[in-house]
Design a binder for this molecule. Structure first.
Ligand code: CP
Length: 302
């Protein structure tokens, strides 16, 4: 699972359907059967993570896998070992599933060409974060009762966001209307060719939206690019209750996390359980990662 791009809408639906059953059984306090029993899952995070790393680890353990999370900070990467040599070394230990996050776009695809096991992209640079888009899709489907013909505003730092990119692809495949909202300096090159509406006006971007998805300002990827002052950014692009009035009255508020409260979103709104589904997104992360790993293992078993 290297990205959303190669997935057919039916494959997306298959993952979401299985994830939904896992989400429901977790809420009912039921323990799932253990389809990954006897399989080894290795997590390699070359970039910081809370939600993705923890949920992949919990997902693997719930399904019975033997899970090892590499401590990359104390690995031989620090002695200069390359990504490919690290991956081939671990591959020789015969893992079944490799979960990889890396700061370079394309690094996970490259690694996948060098190993024999299933590889799951846990976020590569500004390229893709497929399981994030899948958990966002499951959250939307559960909240709105469908995953098509919705108006979805994705707001903020689009240029540096793999979350925006994977969501844009997935939501487009499922025939939704997607709007990108943010300052022109934080829009990717060639945005006009993406076939979506683009605006730097929050009122226009949020008008009649069913879903408002806020993004973090990714300062770690901005090397040299224009970085707005946080105060000015919040004034124009930060989501608060006043700006949200332009969306539909039942619009949901999403954020992939980690959040900068008072920069891209008002803290009170982020915690408002009547509008914000941010904690449900985290909950769906475990279910989606369980489903993705089970389906990959099943396909490989033949
Ligand atoms: N949404 C997300 O990828 O969060 P983490 O960086 O904490 O994994």
């Amino acid at each position: 699972l290297l990205g959303i791009e190669p997935l057919h809408p039916l494959e997306i639906t298959e993952i979401l359907d299985l994830a939904d059953t896992y989400a429901e059984s977790a809420r009912a306090g039921e323990r799932p059967h253990r389809p990954l029993q006897g399989l080894t899952q290795v997590n390699m995070f070359f970039e910081n993570s809370t939600r993705t790393q923890a949920s992949f680890e919990i997902a693997g353990k719930r399904l019975g896998a033997d899970v090892m999370s590499m401590a990359m900070q104390t690995s031989s990467v620090k002695k200069g070992e390359t990504l490919i040599d690290t991956a081939m070394t671990l591959n020789a230990m015969r893992p079944d599933l490799l979960v990889v996050r890396h700061p370079q776009s394309g690094a996970v695809d490259l690694l996948a060409q060098k190993v024999d096991c299933a590889v799951l992209n846990a976020g590569d640079g500004r390229h893709e974060h497929p399981t994030q888009a899948l958990l966002d899709a499951l959250t939307i489907r559960r909240e709105k009762g469908r995953l098509h013909r919705l108006t979805i505003a994705i707001c903020g730092d689009i240029a540096h966001s793999r979350v925006a990119r994977s969501n844009l692809i997935l939501l487009g495949k499922m025939e939704n209307r997607v709007r990108l909202v943010g300052p022109p300096t934080l829009m990717p090159a060639g945005v006009a060719d993406l076939g979506v509406e683009v605006t730097d006006d929050m009122e226009e971007g949020l008008r009649d939206a069913d879903v408002v998805m806020m993004l973090r300002l990714q300062r770690e990827r901005m090397d040299g690019a224009f970085i707005p002052s946080e105060r000015e950014y919040y004034h124009r692009f930060g989501l608060d209750a006043a700006k949200l009035t332009h969306a539909k009255p039942d619009a949901i508020v999403m954020h992939p996390g980690p959040m900068n409260r008072g920069v891209e979103i008002d803290g009170t709104l982020a915690d408002d359980i009547n509008r914000s589904v941010i904690q449900e997104q985290v909950e769906m992360g475990v279910a989606v990662r369980m489903a993705a790993m089970e389906l990959l293992a099943r396909n490989r078993a033949g």
